[in-house]
Write a protein that binds this ligand. Structure first.
Ligand SMILES: *Cc1c(COP(=O)(O)O)cnc(C)c1O
Length: 412
């Protein structure tokens, strides 16, 4: 495997050294093949909001396996999952299930172009939308830390209809719509960004996005693959009270199995084949094992919402990490929304890619390895958010803060 990994984000390219090989996960903990135990703040890059081996998901998956692993035909479970998504996410009236976040954004972009008959897609620097060719421009985290702003193999022709603007820059956005308004098919963004570290949109930015797209007939796409079901059950759109036209989901919605969703307004979704003409298909889409896990996850989120507890744990960690960095005399700032947070080695404020990219990434690497040595597994890049799960305890958080304080003092 190139680099020894099956996803570039897993290589320790940004921090140096070899990635750790894991044997199992249990609750808030990971165990590597050498028998070391870590408190896990990656949670499979988001999905494990209830921790590893959450019993309702394990049981649902076992039961689904006994009914057959794939039929390539409709099932009741697909409909159940679709209903759970539609019920939870305010703007979504119809969905299609796919196999990953990348597939969801790729399909949403094609749909937006097919629906509007226009070409241009606007994205924001530092936002990541999966490895879709036309979106692999200024794509944050893995792309940024590996210093591949544009991937070889993405042709000029493919990326020429992608326009990259600055996150939270209302003026730049208004300018783009003034000049190209009638050619813009869609604007896609992370409505809480995790892929340049945790960065939040301003109210003005969200309002401008909604009104400019509405006035020009462009499709507003919220890429909630990371923040959906994470910052609230209804995602960032319910938190901020903004209704996008299309929404993409992944990570949590699959409960740790390969599953993505794109959905939105009926008027637009009706253009997807076979109801409409925009092509979309998938041999394993709506796979019975993945949908069983997704249903168990969304039912759990509905029946025992973890969000209040996550908020308290995350606030405790944010305050503790900030104090630890302050006590060590290290310039820093912490951005947090719900259980997503980033300690930036940068006095801040971090509001876009430009301000995020000024971080002391050498300091981050030392911080990362110091924590690994002390049994804490954090994201291996400054430009990622960490995730807290409902399996974490106050003791885990306090132990993490103590280990961070020790590390930060030793590297200051
Ligand atoms: C992870 C992510 C994707 C891609 O999802 P995959 O399942 O890795 O293909 C897309 N958008 C956002 C915001 C993500 O965080």
């Amino acid at each position: 495997m190139p680099g020894g990994v099956n996803s570039a984000a897993r290589a320790f390219g940004a921090v140096g050294g070899e990635p750790i090989v894991f044997e199992r996960g249990d609750g808030a903990y990971l165990f590597d093949i050498d028998g070391n135990k870590y408190i896990d703040y990656i949670g499979s890059w988001g999905p494990m909001i209830f921790g590893h081996q959450w019993p309702p998901i394990s049981e649902a998956v076992h039961a689904a396996v006994d009914r057959g692993t794939s039929f390539g035909a409709p099932t009741v479970a697909e409909n159940e999952l679709a209903e759970l998504v539609i019920e939870a996410v305010p703007s979504v009236e119809m969905v299609r299930l796919v196999n990953s976040g990348t597939e969801a954004t790729m399909s949403a972009i094609r749909l937006a172009r097919g629906f509007t008959g226009r070409d241009i897609v606007i994205k924001f620097a530092g936002n990541y939308h999966g490895h879709v060719d036309s979106l692999l421009v200024a794509a944050g985290s893995a792309a940024a830390t590996l210093a591949v702003p544009d991937s070889p193999g993405v042709t000029a022709g493919t990326s020429q209809d992608t326009m990259v603007l600055n996150y939270n820059d209302c003026e730049m956005l208004a300018g783009a719509f003034k000049t190209h308004g009638d050619r813009i098919a869609a604007v896609i963004l992370e409505p809480v960004c995790g892929n340049m570290g945790c960065v939040t949109p301003t109210k003005e930015f969200l309002t401008a996005l909604r009104s400019l797209t509405q006035d020009s007939g462009a499709v507003l796409i919220f890429d909630e693959v990371m923040c959906g079901f994470r910052v609230a059950r209804g995602g960032a759109q319910s938190l901020f009270g903004i209704s996008p036209d299309l929404t993409t989901l992944g990570k949590i919605v699959g409960g740790g199995l390969p599953l993505g969703v794109f959905g939105g307004k009926r008027e637009i979704m009706q253009h997807v084949l076979p109801a409409g003409k925009v092509f979309q298909a998938g041999t394993l889409s709506g796979n019975p094992i993945a949908t069983a896990a997704g249903i168990a996850m969304l039912r759990s989120l509905k029946e025992m919402p973890p969000y209040e507890r996550l908020e308290q744990l995350a606030e405790r960690l944010a305050v503790g990490l900030s104090k630890a960095a302050g006590d060590a005399g290290i310039e820093h700032c912490v951005n947090r929304v719900g259980s997503m947070l980033t300690l930036f080695f940068n006095p801040g404020p971090v509001t876009d890619w430009e301000s995020a990219s000024k971080c002391d990434t050498k300091m981050f690497s030392k911080y990362f390895w110091g924590l690994i040595e002390r049994g804490v597994y954090m994201p291996c890049s400054q430009f990622e958010a960490l995730f807290i799960s409902n399996a974490h305890t106050e003791e885990d958080i306090d132990h993490t803060i103590a280990m961070a304080a020790e590390t930060l003092k030793s590297i200051a």
